[in-house]
Design a protein around this ligand. Structure first.
Ligand code: NAG
Ligand code: NAG
Ligand code: NAG
Ligand code: NAG
Ligand code: NAG
Ligand code: NAG
Ligand code: NAG
Ligand code: NAG
Ligand code: NAG
Length: 841
């Protein structure tokens, strides 16, 4: 009571002292604030009163800078409830609320709403020099506020405000823009702190996130690099049991600075320049397109400094979800894990992205008691962990805290300066890419001076030891050293005879980094195809040679030994009509085969294509049939081992620049020992439409199953139609159709219409005849490739008349499986080959 009386006395005395002054210091029950009065803080920095924004007569109660000549409102009470007459007052009522109402109490425009209970206590409202309007009970501690305007920001954050969550009351203070420059009503832009995963600040437009600050790095947000320049500001982030808040202070109190969310959706920090009498922007966000929330979609990363090119790219180990949109510079669909990525295996590691705003923390977890090393370990241990970063880069390594991400990583961007390091989990291959990039960097002079002699000495020693070991081994045993690939064997370039030329087979062992560089990091642009076995990429070696890299999928189930055996075997197959294997690469779980690159695609892309079919006239087709026959003959009889291809089909016959056929894809090939000629498998692999009946139904395969596939291929080349997609009345498929016509002596009508009449009828009939012989139901009726080759080259031979072909197929599901099952029976061994060690170059 004494206090109150005192205050009244003081007010009255002030009133008396400044008879015309309308400025007061406190609002009490008996001393309300009227329109025209202003309440000035005791340092005279801020003022509270009634005002109208420009271009409107609406009245509001607000707080503005008292010493700044341009009226700058920092807080508004009745934001959504303006009034138009001057008959309102702001007063403290008997319930302890600050209320803005008509003088006659007929209407309340705004109230603090903290209490409904009438008390006898004397409440006062005072404007502090910080710009905080506080309400307190005079009877108790004056520093205990029952309400304060700092808890209810409008569009402005002032120094000293606690922006964020009060854990005790549950109040999360947010900043909302004005509706427009003449309407301080609650606008659509909201700036607020969110706590999913970890604390981040978001700027919303309505319900949509438009910008994010990133995580708190210790001295700033990872998405606000400018914040590290804090010689003016003292920013502190407080996260304890009481609150999670951001507070910034101005070290020099004579500088006026405020943070505003303006009506056009920009968060800006402004400082008052007294000399120019204007507010000058210090910082603002969002600034560039990369600030736009999720601009590059999930697993994307935005880099605004890439001049001239698309600002979006994918995180290491990821590729665009929709390459087309990506090319059209729309990154919103984001990226996906690369198809061959083998995450979560030995060899996983992390690629560091420097100076980034770390991904949205919604999928992240934070453990502040771990250091960066512990963090890497934690992430590596858990398969679902996709990346990690330090929780506090301002602390020394070891105690900086750990953020780990599990799931989608969105809204990552880079800065030219600032940000923090982010570590993306990648598989062994991606890791190698990073290494190869590093190798491209110039070697420093110091390294040249000190490093080179050392390396030179090391190399000499190595060469010496290698030579020694090699000599010893060679002496002890001419055979038996596993996994090496120089060999003398017969090469049968385009010949039917078994001439031994004795050419060395030189299988190159490629370094992973070489392949990575050649394929431009397995860029999706270089992808030639994809199948159950993995993907095929085009590449270019440093010497300019073009290669096709087949990156076998992990599920091929092959071990290193089997893989190397197979590689050795395929490498030995040298024939004009077989695609040449140049080498291989084996790294941890990565298995890759490197083939010669053929610019033309598979035969299927010619014969089954309306336009390209005309590129192949009959002469060419006849040559192609011959070529395939020669290649197959070589596989069956002319190479040292008997090899059954098991997946001969149009798409596995590639054409070189001169349209010569080359059989490719030995992924399913079976090698037979000398006296074996038939085997059985439980798992039937191959392609529906090309499989012989005994193989499809009983799993029996022999050279005759390849002959069957060859027959189909011949008929397809002649007709330009696929066996398995050919349906006509009475005929199940192409074979059935051809057989019907053959019986009626009308076989020539099957010829591809794009050939017109320009074909040699005798040759065509010969080929159809051979084709039908090859697809006879009984394997024993079918000719061998030797016989086929002879029939094709010797037109005069009388061919046997064919029996009923096997054209009744059941629909089979396993036909689509095109994976190799080299582990099952019937595989010959190549262990008894003469081999010597070949070191990778
Ligand atoms: C007030 O209206 C005038 C004329 O329409 C306009 O030029 C001015 O920018 C407006 N001022 C504000 C603050 O909106
Ligand atoms: C002030 O305006 C309000 C409506 O805006 C009206 O209800 C009230 O009666 C007015 N008061 C006076 C004193 O004119
Ligand atoms: C106070 O409470 C009333 C009724 O509960 C509500 O209409 C009004 O918007 C509240 N005012 C403020 C400033 O929260
Ligand atoms: C920054 O502010 C905190 C309180 O928020 C204070 O403890 C600290 O001393 C200040 N630092 C400087 C350099 O002013
Ligand atoms: C604070 O800022 C004012 C105005 O910019 C300047 O004159 C003064 O020297 C500054 N004081 C300190 C301690 O930096
Ligand atoms: C909001 O701030 C941005 C950045 O400072 C500025 O370009 C824009 O004009 C401002 N909008 C308004 C309505 O003041
Ligand atoms: C990736 O390369 C960068 C430099 O290009 C290097 O700083 C970083 O340590 C590398 N990361 C890994 C995991 O090797
Ligand atoms: C954080 O890491 C420490 C050290 O490994 C561990 O003891 C603690 O349980 C972890 N805390 C959480 C919340 O996972
Ligand atoms: C991996 O992390 C996720 C998310 O934190 C968790 O649910 C899962 O249990 C962890 N798995 C292991 C094996 O620790």
């Amino acid at each position: 009571m004494y206090q109150q009386r005192c205050n009244i006395l003081l007010s009255i005395s002030m009133f008396l002292f400044f008879p015309f002054s309308t400025s007061i210091d406190t609002i009490t029950l008996t001393q309300p604030l009227q329109d025209g009065d202003i309440l000035v803080s005791n340092g005279e920095t801020f003022a509270l009163g009634f005002f109208s924004p420009a271009n409107t007569t609406n009245r509001y109660v607000g707080i503005w800078y008292n010493k700044v000549s341009e009226q700058t409102v920092v807080w508004v009470a009745n934001r959504n409830n303006p009034f138009t007459n001057t008959s309102c007052i702001l007063s403290v009522d008997r319930t302890g609320n600050l209320v803005l109402h008509e003088k006659d109490h007929s209407f309340v425009y705004w109230s603090t709403n903290i209490s409904e209970v009438v008390t006898n206590n004397a409440f006062s409202a005072r404007l502090l020099d910080s710009g905080n309007l506080v309400l307190f009970d005079q009877g108790v501690n004056k520093d205990v506020y029952s309400w304060q305007s700092f808890d209810h920001p409008s569009n402005t954050l002032l120094p000293g405000m606690r922006f964020g969550l009060d854990r005790k009351s549950g109040l999360n203070r947010v900043v909302t823009s004005w509706k427009s420059s003449d309407n301080p009503g609650i606008g659509e832009f909201i700036y607020k702190m969110e706590f999913v995963g970890s604390t981040q600040l978001f700027l919303y437009k309505g319900m949509t996130r438009i910008w994010r600050t990133g995580s708190w790095t210790g001295h700033g947000w990872s998405g606000v690099p400018e914040m590290t320049l804090n010689y003016i500001f003292n920013v502190s982030y407080v996260n304890n049991n009481d609150e999670v808040v951001l507070v910034y202070l101005i070290r020099n109190s004579s500088i006026f600075s405020r943070l505003v969310v303006n009506e056009s959706g920009t968060v800006q920090r402004l400082t008052w320049h007294e000399s120019d009498k204007k507010w000058v922007g210090f910082w603002s966000a969002p600034k560039d397109q990369c600030d736009g929330y999720n601009h590059c979609g999930m697993f994307g990363v935005c880099d605004p400094y890439k001049s001239g090119t698309f600002e979006c790219s994918c995180l290491p180990g990821y590729e665009p979800q929709s390459p087309q949109d990506w090319f059209l510079r729309d990154g919103s669909k984001g990226c996906k894990s690369k198809m061959e990525t083998r995450m979560c295996e030995a060899g996983d590691g992390f690629v560091e992205l420097a100076r980034v705003k770390v991904p949205d923390m919604s999928t992240a977890r934070v453990n502040m008691s771990l250091g960066l090393e512990g963090c890497e370990e934690l992430c590596l241990r858990n398969c679902t962990c996709v990346g990690y970063a330090s929780g506090d880069i301002s602390k020394d390594v070891g105690g900086g805290g750990c953020i780990t991400w599990y799931g989608d990583m969105i809204d990552t961007r880079t800065f030219s300066d600032g940000g923090q390091s982010f570590y993306v989990r990648v598989d062994a291959v991606e890791l190698a890419k990073n290494t190869s990039k590093r190798l491209k960097r110039p070697i420093s002079n110091r390294f040249l001076v000190i490093g080179m002699p050392l390396i030179g000495a090391g190399l000499l020693l190595c060469i010496f030891i290698c030579c020694y070991i090699r000599k010893k081994k060679a002496k002890r045993n001419e055979v038996g050293v596993p996994f090496s690939f120089t060999n003398s064997l017969k090469s049968l370039e385009g010949s039917f005879t078994d001439t031994d030329i004795g050419e060395n087979v030189d299988v190159h062992v490629f370094e992973l980094s070489t392949i990575v560089a050649a394929t431009d990091h397995f860029s999706y642009i270089n992808k030639l195809g994809e199948g159950g076995f993995g993907s095929v990429y085009k590449g270019k070696l440093l010497n300019g040679q073009e290669i096709a890299v087949k990156r076998l999928s992990q599920s091929s189930g092959q071990g290193m030994q089997e893989f190397k055996n197979e590689v050795t075997l395929i490498a030995k197959l040298q024939h004009r009509n077989l695609v040449r294997l140049l080498g291989y690469c084996f790294h941890k779980n990565e298995k890759m085969l490197v083939y010669e690159y053929l610019p033309n695609k598979g035969l299927d892309s010619f014969i089954f294509d309306q336009e390209k079919a005309s590129l192949l006239d009959w002469k060419k087709r006849f040559q192609i049939i011959h070529g395939i026959a020669r290649g197959l003959l070589y596989l069956h009889y002319d190479s040292r081992l008997r090899i059954i291809h098991r997946d001969l089909k149009a798409s596995n016959v590639l054409l070189d620049t001169n349209l010569n056929p080359k059989i490719s894809d030995f992924g399913m090939a079976k090698i037979f020992g000398g006296d074996e000629d038939e085997a059985k498998t439980r798992r039937v692999v191959g392609t529906y439409g090309y499989m012989s009946p005994e193989y499809a139904m009983e799993g029996l395969f022999s050279v005759k199953s390849d002959v069957f596939s060859f027959g189909i291929l011949v008929l397809e080349i002649i007709s330009g139609r696929k066996n398995n997609s050919y349906y006509q009345e009475n005929s199940v498929n192409l074979i059935g159709h051809v057989w019907d016509l053959w019986k009626q002596d009308k076989a020539l009508t099957v010829v591809d219409s794009s050939l017109g009449d320009s074909f040699d009828a005798r040759e065509v009939l010969l080929c159809i005849h051979v084709g039908i012989l090859c697809v006879q139901e009984m394997a024993s009726d079918r000719p061998t490739m030797t016989e086929v080759a002879s029939m094709l080259s010797n037109h005069e031979t009388m061919l046997p008349s064919p029996n009923q072909p096997a054209f009744i197929f059941r629909q089979m599901n396993h036909g689509v499986d095109s994976r190799s099952v080299s582990a099952s029976g019937g595989v010959g061994s190549v262990c008894n080959e003469t081999i010597t060690i070949l070191h990778p170059r």
